[in-house]
Design a binder for this molecule. Structure first.
Ligand SMILES: Nc1ncnc2c1ncn2[C@@H]1O[C@H](COP(=O)(O)OP(=O)(O)OP(=O)(O)O)[C@@H](O)[C@H]1O
Ligand SMILES: [Mg+2]
Length: 264
């Protein structure tokens, strides 16, 4: 099992849409995928998919159900772990809640190939917790200077507080590949200058496409609604890239994942 956190610092840059469509693309490649809606107080993944799961993370945190019991199998093959909507208490997990999640993840997530933490905006303690929990960190950014500034702030905090040095960038809402690469180079310049130990690689570039809004309104993944756009081709490209990156030694990776759990 390989886990990724998807964060951005700034809100509304496309994290949830990205996670859902990437999960679908990987499912279409016969990978077993689960999305952990880590925007704990403001559940969005289920809404974007038009689902109404009966149970959510609140049932786990109050001890009624286990994490495994709340995993919801969607019609798109991948599964989700739903967050709670409008639950202020979830916006800052306490240490016993974190421990509970870590302990239950081992049993619940073992059968999956990929886990994506769809992380909330900001640089809160929850954001840091899920970013540290994941094997790899994806940072989503758009060409807006505010988004770039917040992505840098996120990387800085996770590096300084979590001692994490590797990040993969996805540039979203670009007009063409060139713009995406330019944004990557600009962010890389700042990261190399001020955080020389941090390694930032480019995972992919995603085009701006009106279909995303249409898909969200229709509550279906854009990969289903508009499979032949440049954007859908790019999402599939990222899915292939992750598949190629994946080590064959699944068991070893899972052990590393558990070791990191115990250090948190
Ligand atoms: N590639 C894209 N092209 C056009 N619009 C996009 C694209 N990606 C995302 N959007 C739009 O951006 C908005 C926010 O998307 P989304 O909810 O996925 O972002 P988010 O980062 O998860 O937000 P939040 O921080 O609130 O969780 C949506 O209205 C969506 O239509
Ligand atoms: Mg979101």
């Amino acid at each position: 099992m390989k886990s990724f956190s998807v964060a951005s610092g700034k809100g509304g840059v496309g994290k949830t849409s990205f996670v859902i469509n990437l999960s679908l693309a990987l499912s279409q490649l016969n990978q077993r995928v689960v999305i952990f809606d880590a925007d704990l107080g403001l559940a969005n993944v289920d809404i974007m998919l038009g689902l109404s799961p009966k149970f959510d993370i609140r049932y786990v945190l109050n001890g009624t159900l286990t994490l495994k019991e709340i995993i919801y199998q969607t019609e798109y093959k991948f599964s989700i772990i739903p967050a709670g909507a409008g639950v202020y208490e979830l916006t800052q997990l306490n240490s016993s809640q974190k421990l509970l999640l870590k302990t239950q993840m081992e049993e619940a997530l073992y059968p999956y190939d990929y886990l994506f933490f769809d992380i909330s905006a900001g640089i809160s303690d929850n954001v840091l917790f899920f970013s540290q929990l994941a094997d790899e960190r994806i940072v989503l950014v758009t060409p807006e200077p505010t988004s770039m500034a917040d992505a840098y702030a996120y990387i800085k905090v996770v590096y300084k507080k979590g001692r994490i040095k590797n990040f993969q960038l996805v540039v979203n809402m670009v007009k063409d590949e060139e713009e995406g690469k330019k944004i990557y180079q600009q962010l890389l310049y700042v990261v190399e200058k001020f955080l020389p130990e941090v390694k930032l690689s480019l995972l992919g570039v995603l085009h701006y496409d009106e279909c995303v809004k249409k898909a969200i309104r229709s509550q279906v993944p854009y990969l289903m609604l508009c499979p032949d756009t440049k954007l859908s081709a790019k999402i599939k490209e990222i899915a292939y890239k992750l598949l190629n990156q994946k080590s064959q030694k699944k068991e070893l990776e899972f052990q590393e994942f558990l070791e990191r759990f115990s250090q948190l």
